[in-house]
Design a protein around this ligand. Structure first.
Ligand SMILES: Nc1ncnc2c1ncn2[C@@H]1O[C@H](COP(=O)(O)OP(=O)(O)OP(=O)(O)O)[C@@H](O)[C@H]1O
Ligand SMILES: [Mg+2]
Length: 292
């Protein structure tokens, strides 16, 4: 029996690696036999495209929010097993306004996802949020158990974190008391730079173990993959970026278990840094089942 976890990947700042993290976390989890549903809430549809799908009119969460379609009808399989997506579509651009017009807009995404969540069909439902603190992101925060924040280690990173953590607090104190900060993950890291290490230290001092150990390096293969519609963990599993996302998915799974498995029993919820079933440089897609 799975206990579905709904995670929003959010940061009001643009271009910090939200969508890249959604796509590759989802792909790496699916390769570990976790059932994953990505919900693309961004009209830019980069998660949809990055997972090899096209925008299709009428196939998104949007008509579900408006009561025009059933959620089961908008869930699309990808080319890879265990990996599904509710795509974005052009109309999502107007959703911010129309959604705000709904009587119960704050609960709209939560209500739309409820049947899928309760079905237990998925381990993880991962929401890709647009870069703003607007209506879509607020509704996403109401719908989720946890928020994962990708950030770059750069000047004013703490200021950005303060803004989004305040939004999380607001939603937690009102509409979704169960909401928590799932964690913070550093993306596009250039570990040579002094500023990088200073910022990382500052964030770790402030947020402690909420900061994931795994960091994602800047890697050209990661930036090339979206144009091919293939997550880098599948496109080039041995690239530095793919290795990092696989390790990150492993750490994420350990912190957010959805099943009782041999990864989490024995009073040892934290697995070794690398999956025991496969060497770290093995292609993720063909790996054996780990405790599934
Ligand atoms: N680790 C990485 N190495 C190199 N390039 C990266 C990496 N992560 C992301 N990128 C590139 O940086 C750009 C922004 O990434 P991404 O689209 O994931 O950010 P985002 O936060 O979702 O942006 P938006 O706020 O517009 O939704 C993209 O071109 C992406 O390919
Ligand atoms: Mg994005």
């Amino acid at each position: 029996m799975k206990q579905t976890k709904v995670i929003a990947i959010a940061n009001q700042k643009g271009g910090v690696g939200k969508t890249t993290t959604v796509v590759n976390l989802a792909a790496a989890l699916s390769a570990r036999k976790r059932q994953v549903l990505v919900v693309d809430l961004d009209p830019q549809a980069h998660a949809t495209l990055g997972l090899g799908l096209e925008k299709q009119a009428g196939t998104s969460i949007y008509p579900v929010l408006l009561g025009q379609r059933q959620i089961a009808d908008v869930i699309q399989p990808t080319k890879w097993s265990n990996l599904n997506v509710i795509p974005s579509e052009v109309d999502l651009a107007g959703a911010e306004i129309q959604l705000g017009g709904l009587e119960n807009w704050q609960q709209a995404i939560r209500n739309a996802l409820a049947p899928v969540r309760e079905s237990g069909a998925f381990d993880y439902i991962i929401l890709d949020c647009p870069p703003s603190l607007g209506i879509v992101m607020t509704s996403a925060l109401v719908a989720t158990d946890g928020v994962l924040i990708p950030i770059q280690a750069e000047y004013l990173a703490m200021d950005g974190l303060a803004l989004i953590t305040r939004s999380i607090e607001m939603v937690r104190s009102g509409l979704n008391p169960a909401l928590s900060l799932n964690g913070i993950v550093f993306t596009m890291i250039n570990s040579q730079a002094r500023l990088t290490t200073d910022v990382m230290e500052e964030v770790r001092n402030h947020f402690g173990d909420k900061v994931y150990e795994t960091t994602i390096p800047r890697n050209v293969r990661v930036s090339e993959a979206p144009s091919m519609g293939v997550p880098v963990v599948f496109l080039d599993p041995r690239s530095k970026g793919a290795e990092a996302y696989k390790a990150f998915a492993w750490e994420f799974m350990a912190k957010n278990p959805t099943r009782v498995t041999n990864e989490t029993v024995g009073n040892n919820p934290v697995p070794p840094a690398e999956p025991p079933a496969a060497p770290a440089n093995a292609p993720v897609a063909g790996e054996g089942v780990v405790g599934a």
